[in-house]
Design a protein around this ligand. Sequence first.
Ligand code: FMN
Length: 270
Amino acid sequence: MHSSPPPDMPSPSAGVPRLTRTGRLDYFKTTGHISQCRGDPVGRRRWRPSSTASRRTVLTSRTTGDDMSESAAPAPSVAVAFHSGYGHTAVLAEAVRRGAADAGADVAFVPVDTITDEQWQRLDDADAIVFGSPTYMGGASAGFHTFAEATSKRFVEGRWADKLAAGFTNSASKSGDKSNTLAYFAALAAQHRMLWVSLGLAPGWNSTTASENDLNRLGFWAGAGAQTPMDGGTDTVHPADIATAEHLGARVARQAALLAAGRHALSATA
Ligand SMILES: Cc1cc2nc3c(=O)[nH]c(=O)nc-3n(C[C@H](O)[C@H](O)[C@H](O)COP(=O)(O)O)c2cc1C
């Protein structure tokens, strides 16, 4: 059955739902964005750098028109748990971190091969965890698997159940069997009873008018896939892949805000 929102509650398309300090759900429009993607005639989106001046996020109530930047509910927390053997995947991890932070999240940056007790706690407390690894030998790296196996007690206890999860990977070949790594992250998330967040972008670079500078230039859906030449430095990570990773971080942060607000609203009426 179709149901419409009550008159004082705009539809979700009106803006980003956040809780006000009084615990009430309101919708906000945001000005300032991590990136600006303009549609071209076939709907593809390209990376355009945004100006520094537009990066401040202002929350304006769609209900009252008030500036609610200071009174919005606490930011959602996102953790980026990644391994990088030679630094290329770390560049993407930083982009995911930046995207989530610019979208309003409190972000924990966790290189899993040096994870500390405090960082384990940040993962346990997070609303969402984004997994990242290079693709080595057609799958996630041994460094990431060591971390994943160390989560088994949390798996048994269901400690990460109902958190959001997402993933990104990087390899030297355009394909390089990266899909296996993203599929592995989704399986790991499912074992932890987490909720998978896809990349949420149309594929780029797949027509005669397309460009390798398109967002999602490698055409992944499950997560963010990047390609970096095996003999290149960390400065050769492709800008479109960096922008795609930023997009993933922002998307996860927004979904985490939505979920946290919804759960809070439901618990208030229970
Ligand atoms: C042990 C090893 C295995 C690799 N296996 C693959 C692979 O299966 N497919 C691929 O395209 N690239 C493969 N590569 C290349 C890496 O994925 C690529 O260099 C990546 O940028 C490394 O990321 P990092 O600097 O974060 O470690 C492999 C590299 C290493 C060291």
